[in-house]
Write a protein that binds this ligand. Structure first.
Ligand code: DGT
Ligand code: CA
Ligand code: CA
Ligand code: ZN
Length: 571
């Protein structure tokens, strides 16, 4: 699905520019609808275009399909180029600031000449934004905070976004004549939440052919470096990629070095030195003699260590653990037996319950919990008690239908109200199999208030899980202020598990907090929180994050067999 994201991005920019120009409101809405469709397409848009079926995609008519075809042929859309020339505003960056949308961008541009982050920051710091109609001091402060958040994530790409383009590229390089292996090292291999750039390592007989193929990939914007063993490019999506050709006899050493992290490597080099050896990207040497280099495992072994999985290579204690033989046996995707958090079209999901169940069954789940939002989340069409009771009956019927082998668990993602109480009565909660509670409102509560609020919610004896415990959206919204230590204590006392929300924008809890949670013997539920069928595949991102948090199979609630899970849920 190499180009889906690129095209969605181009159409989104088009929508923003049209809206800022303010002439064709209808067109902006149409482009936005197309963006939503393409984002959830689940198929390579180029393949759809090749079949001449673009217009069968909901929200894509003649005009937009023509623009998409033009983009696929030439890498740009003429109208977008014209609008960019007319309106010199960095709309995509500005739009990514929390609380700033097209209307605000238009206002800021027309009134204050704001065109990018720098001019926006200056206007905010000079107090000019607060003076604009409908803005105020609070918005101004929020914008300043938002600029920091966006800047910190600006030159990084979400792992999931990188992954959606990278495999096609890897395959293309792999297919070049004389290429033996291609591995992507760096933060990508360590499965960080975001990646700065991608580090391709290639073992090839003819480096020149590889460099040529890499620098002429069809989504390359600029070639930044082109040398005999290293090439660096920037893609149209602004993702940067390095490629190095490494001799076969050094490939393992190169892989170890370029996987990082820097801090992990510094520790390894220290160990090498203390053994009278020298470690660099070409190999492990005793004087001039190569001790290990071809295989990564051999580097670790020659240093008296077992191989360490890349997700742990952050110098967070992994080297001592491997020395002491206490490195944990990390959870794998295969260990997962079900999913305990998902949505349907009864709240803000896109698919029917049957469609979600079919998709879960395809993924060979043993159990699957449907957990739509509850009533106070009105924008998500949350359920009240009456609708929940109907849902419970519906699931009973579905379970006895024999249509699905897996157990369908009755759940809800219940809103934690301002005072920590829940928005569904206890007698209905008691009839659910899995009660997840989440904060979706008043996310700016003080640390004290938020901590008490969540603790109060976890004291309710029907609660099983705390959903996305810190509420963050990577690069968009910071974790809310909360003191997790007392939260974990209350959870422990009441046998409540913590969710690791696998949505690649959330990955909440983060690795440090995951480790803190299991150190207190809490269970972790790795849940997709899928709002549509395709999002059931988010589970893999949850697993990456779990591994980065040192989580083992026995720490995870949804690795349990159904019977054991049901026993646990009964408390
Ligand atoms: P990123 O790209 O910011 O997400 O993070 P990384 O870890 O991929 O960093 P990157 O791309 O700058 O470099 C890839 C790896 O190469 C890094 O994890 C470790 C290794 N490396 C790079 N520069 C140095 C260095 O100065 N010293 C050492 N020991 N290793 C380095
Ligand atoms: Ca990198
Ligand atoms: Ca790099
Ligand atoms: Zn939620």
């Amino acid at each position: 699905m190499a180009k889906n994201a690129e095209i969605a991005r181009a159409l989104k920019e088009l929508a923003l520019l049209v809206e800022i120009e303010g002439k064709e409101k209808y067109a902006a809405r149409a482009y936005k609808r197309a963006v939503r469709s393409i984002t959830s397409l689940g198929e390579d848009i180029e393949a759809v275009a090749n079949r001449e079926e673009l217009e069968s995609i909901p929200g894509i008519g003649k005009g937009i399909s023509k623009k998409i075809r033009r983009y696929l042929e030439t890498g740009s859309i003429p109208l977008l180029e014209r609008l960019r020339a007319r309106i010199p505003v960095k709309v995509m960056v500005l739009d990514s600031i929390p609380g700033v949308g097209p209307k605000t961008i238009a206002l800021l541009y027309h009134e204050l000449g704001v065109t990018d982050l720098d001019s926006l920051e200056k206007a905010a710091r000079d107090g000019k934004i607060a003076l604009l109609k409908g803005m105020g001091k609070k918005t101004e402060t929020q914008i300043i905070e938002g600029i920091d958040l966006v800047r910190s994530g600006l030159d990084r790409t979400l792992l999931a976004d990188a992954m959606s383009v990278v495999e096609t590229i890897r395959q293309k390089i792999q297919n070049v004549d004389g290429v033996n292996q291609v591995v992507i090292a760096g933060s990508y291999r360590r499965r960080r939440e975001t990646v700065g750039d991608l580090d391709f390592l290639v073992d090839a007989d003819d480096p020149e052919l590889v460099m040529e193929a890499f620098s002429t990939l069809d989504n390359v914007q600029d070639v930044l470096v082109k040398g005999p063993t290293k090439t660096a490019v920037r893609l149209k999506s602004s993702l940067q990629m390095d490629l190095r050709v490494i001799p076969t006899e050094s490939f393992g050493a190169g892989l170890q070095y370029f996987t990082g992290s820097v801090d992990h490597n510094v520790r390894l080099r220290g160990i090498a030195r203390s053994m009278g050896l020298k470690l660099n990207e070409y190999g492990l040497y005793r004087d001039e003699e190569l001790v290990a280099g071809e295989r990564e495992e051999d580097i670790y072994e020659s240093l008296g260590l077992a191989w360490i999985t890349p997700e742990l290579r952050e110098n967070h204690g992994e080297i001592d653990a491997v020395k002491n033989g206490t490195l944990p046996h990390l959870v794998k995707l295969d260990d997962i037996r079900g999913d305990l958090h998902s949505h349907t079209d009864q709240s803000d999901g896109s698919n029917t319950i049957e469609e979600m169940l079919d998709a879960a069954a395809e993924r060979e789940h043993e159990y699957f919990c449907v957990s739509d939002h509850t009533q106070s989340l009105t924008i998500a069409n949350g359920m009240d008690e009456e609708r929940l009771l109907e849902r419970i009956e519906e699931i009973d019927t579905l379970n006895t239908s024999g249509k699905w082998d897996m157990m369908i668990l009755k759940g809800a993602e219940v809103d934690i109200l301002a005072d920590g109480t829940l928005d569904i009565t206890d007698d209905v909660l008691a009839q659910l199999d899995v009660v997840t509670v989440s904060v979706h409102s008043r996310m700016k509560d003080s640390k004290k208030v938020m901590t008490e609020r969540v603790c109060t919610a976890l004291e309710n004896k029907h609660v099983h899980l705390l959903g996305h415990p810190t509420g963050r959206l990577i690069g968009k919204r910071a974790e809310f202020e909360i003191d997790l230590e007392p939260v974990f204590e209350v959870a422990k006392k009441n046998q409540v598990a913590m969710e690791l929300n696998a949505n690649p924008y959330r990955l909440d809890l983060n690795p440090g907090n995951l480790r803190a949670a299991i150190n207190m013997d809490l269970k972790i539920a790795i849940n997709t929180d899928a709002h549509k069928v395709s999002e059931l595949d988010y589970m893999k991102f949850g697993i990456f994050q779990a591994r980065r948090g040192w989580i083992t199979k026995s720490d995870v609630l949804n690795t349990m067999a159904l019977k054991d899970l049901q026993k646990w849920l009964k408390k």
